[in-house]
Design a protein. Structure first.
Lengths: 199, 102
């Protein structure tokens, strides 16, 4: 935080912020364990197509590439929002949060469209073990991004209504950890699911 | 937490450029089939590991000076857990596979 601690109360607030940042970090490490196990399950289930379609027949490289770009740019724009939080620039924080939201929403839209297309082709999660693992892994990530979008809206409202107070800045910091973490999980998804699937 | 804003801005921009390169290379290889499949797989794996490190360093600002020791410990412990759980799953499942299906 750029604000220097001026009194006892603010120092306490900063201490609380640091404790919560650690607590949230521990949650993210637990989330990383969930994703790692879903990745392991997926890798083991790749051959389990039960005579149904394989990744090569279902995945679209263009779609995965656009999703990758959207999420990566959104990670950077969230970084810009964090910098404006430190600069105390309320309007700019709202603008960057809005841009991040739109990029994230674009990602979720592409993912939902991909899922709907696969289910319409009869390649839903009930078709094979491979597809169950695929929908569980990629869907879990999609649900995380959707939660992040809701969180961006809630904190955007807090920034607009309460301003960049210490508690609001502290919440934005944790949302930033969450958002950057989701991009790391996506690196795993395109490197383990889409790229090898289309090789 | 960072103090100097220009420095922090540079961190995000460097991270972004590196992440773009580390995503573009594996995608390009899969688009063009420029390398044989096993080599491409190797490049995908290396690029992914490097990109995760880039994200940790430039977006999450993990480093060995300002990041609290507890956070680093939790991260290292998680890596150990992931290695045991993922490595163990592969070990068991591939062993089972070779015993039952071949």
């Amino acid at each position: 935080m750029s604000v220097a601690p001026m009194n006892e109360h603010e120092r306490e607030e900063i201490e609380v912020h640091e404790q919560r940042a650690l607590g949230f970090w521990l949650y993210l490490m637990g989330d990383a364990a969930i994703f790692a196990l879903l990745f392991a399950t997926y890798a083991i289930m790749i051959p389990g197509t039960a005579g149904g379609p394989t990744g090569k027949q279902l995945f679209e490289l263009d779609n995965a590439a656009i999703e990758t770009v959207l999420l990566l740019v959104s990670s950077m724009t969230f970084g810009f929002a964090s910098l404006q939080v430190k600069a105390g620039n309320r309007g700019a924080v709202l603008v960057w949060l809005a841009i991040t939201f739109l990029l994230g929403a674009g990602f979720v839209f592409l993912e939902v469209r991909e899922f709907a297309g696969m289910i319409a082709k009869g390649a839903g999660p009930d078709r094979s073990g491979f597809l169950s693992a695929f929908f569980t892994l990629v869907g879990t990530h999609g649900v995380h991004v959707t939660m992040g979008l809701i969180w961006i809206v809630v904190l955007g409202l807090q920034v607009a209504l309460k301003g960049l107070t210490l508690p609001v800045a502290s919440r934005l910091y944790r949302l930033g950890l969450f958002w950057h973490f989701l991009d790391i999980a996506w690196v795993g998804i395109f490197s383990i699911v889409y790229l090898p699937g289309l090789l | 937490m960072e103090h100097q804003t220009p420095h922090a801005l540079r961190s995000y921009l460097i991270g972004f450029v590196l992440a773009v390169i580390l995503s573009a290379v594996p995608f390009w290889l899969v688009y063009t089939h420029a390398l044989p499949p096993h080599r491409t797989l190797l490049v995908i794996g290396i690029a992914a590991v490097l990109q995760v490190l880039v994200h940790l360093r430039f977006f999450l600002h993990i480093n060995f000076t300002t990041t609290p020791r507890e956070n680093i410990l939790a991260l290292v412990f998680t890596c150990l857990l992931l290695f045991i759980m993922v490595g163990g799953s592969f070990w068991i499942m591939f062993d089972l596979h070779s015993r039952m299906l071949i």
